[in-house]
Write a protein that binds this ligand. Structure first.
Ligand code: PMP
Length: 407
């Protein structure tokens, strides 16, 4: 990859110039959150400096400008994921809230006692607990697609989980814990063969390669803005219009109504029906700037660079006989989880921190997957568009030193 191109990308992210413990920052926790380019920081700053007003309310021009900026992001998201209409793009505060919305509202009208919901063994807790909660309320059962040692979901077992009681499938596209990318086209086709809708958690996919919800035929798709170089507190729920249309609101209050009396309320049309209260205006304006920034670079370019990083890191880690990589099947996208003989992941992460290197140690909000691998936690390194081979080399050198120190 062209070094000057990556240097140019890096110069768009002010935080990468920071020093931590007097070392150059090496940020390898991008699956937790991505850093923000100047375009995003500037868009938020500009909004507060020049355009701040509440949205969807003011007849005055400042309010209209704020509304236009905010709604421009809805159109940017629509284009980014290939949705048909902006009515299908619901603004939430996070991927977590988007999944809660679907589990609660879809479950409320469509689930009843004895129904079954299919999840997979590699889900983030955000895609487990909302389904457990609605299951408790409605008397549903959760079934789980098993996983193989290399992180591949067992698609034959998945086919066999369907019964006449299956009402919903919800699954992750790319695992945050091990980085495996699931063949969602196959999973979606199989769900649809059984007339069952499916939600795709794209939180770890949206930032790494192009997405086309129509081509994939996703019924619902969710992600968080902060993982795609945008601000925290922004989330997206995409849903097919005919499915969203019949769901009850998730929350209620201002900005989501047509008419209110003390006897009765009629709700606004999509997408407002699901957006009660003053939203994270500056956050969504920032998210629009992030998507525009990514499109100016091209996700294909980013995917090429990240794939090179992944191959380099896997080879380097595999050459270390004291490291075991968990869940690598060759599809992995920008995240590698591993354990080191004799050294606890938290010790690794704390020592790396002293060298200015940020990595994640823990269960990655994926307890069931950790139980499958019989480990309490792992160390995870995860890349973004601005990550470099040099950063991976620095990290690997320090890992060798940590192992020597502990043995
Ligand atoms: N799903 C996956 C795969 C994730 O990686 C995450 C965040 N780690 C979430 C859901 C939840 O995202 P958020 O905390 O931004 O709501």
């Amino acid at each position: 990859m062209n070094h000057s191109l990556i240097d140019a990308w890096r110069s768009d992210f002010p935080i990468l110039q920071s020093r931590i413990h007097d070392r150059t920052l090496v940020y390898l926790d991008n699956a937790a959150t991505t850093q923000k380019p100047s375009a995003v920081i500037q868009a938020i700053n500009d909004y507060y400096s020049t355009t701040n007003a509440n949205v969807h309310r003011g007849v005055y021009s400042l309010g209209q400008q704020a509304t236009d900026l905010f709604e421009n992001t809805r159109e940017a998201v629509r284009k980014f994921i290939g949705a048909t209409s902006t009515s299908e793009i619901i603004f939430t505060k996070s991927a977590t809230e988007s999944i809660n919305l679907v589990a609660s509202s879809y479950g409320e009208v469509h689930f009843s006692a004895g129904d079954e919901i299919i999840l997979t063994m590699m889900e983030h807790h955000a895609n487990i607990i909302p389904w457990q909660e609605i299951s408790k309320k409605k008397g549903c059962t959760i079934k789980v697609v098993p996983i193989q040692q290399d992180g591949t979901l067992d698609i034959e077992a998945y086919k066999n989980l369907f019964t006449s009681k299956t009402k919903f499938v919800s699954m992750v596209w790319v695992s945050n814990a091990i980085g495996v990318e699931n063949p969602i086209s196959d999973f979606i086709r199989i769900a649809h063969d059984h007339n069952v809708p499916i939600l795709i958690d794209a939180s770890q996919r949206i930032q790494h390669a192009n997405i086309d919800v129509q081509k994939e035929d996703c019924d619902f798709l969710v992600f968080s803005g902060h993982k795609v170089y945008g601000p925290s507190g922004t989330g997206i729920l995409y849903g097919k219009e005919h499915l969203l249309e019949y769901l009850p609101p998730y929350q209620s209050g201002g900005d989501m109504i047509k008419k209110v009396t003390f006897e009765k309320t009629t709700f606004a049309d999509l997408p407002s029906k699901f957006e009660a209260g003053t939203p994270n205006i500056e956050g969504f304006i920032g998210l629009g700037a992030a998507l525009q920034y990514l499109q100016s670079i091209g996700l294909d370019e980013i995917a090429k660079h990240e794939s090179m990083l992944m191959n380099f890191a896997i080879e380097a880690l595999r050459s270390l006989d004291f490291i075991s990589i968990l869940g690598y099947n060759g599809t992995n996208v920008s995240a590698i989880s591993f354990v080191m003989d004799t050294v606890h992941p938290h010790d690794i992460a704390s020592i790396l921190d002293k060298k200015g290197i940020c990595v994640r140690a823990g269960h990655h909000c994926a307890h069931p997957l950790m139980q499958f691998y019989k480990v309490p936690s792992t160390t995870r390194i995860s890349f973004a568009m601005y990550s470099t081979v040099d950063e991976i080399e620095v990290c690997i050198k320090e890992l060798k030193e940590i192992y020597t120190l502990f043995s």
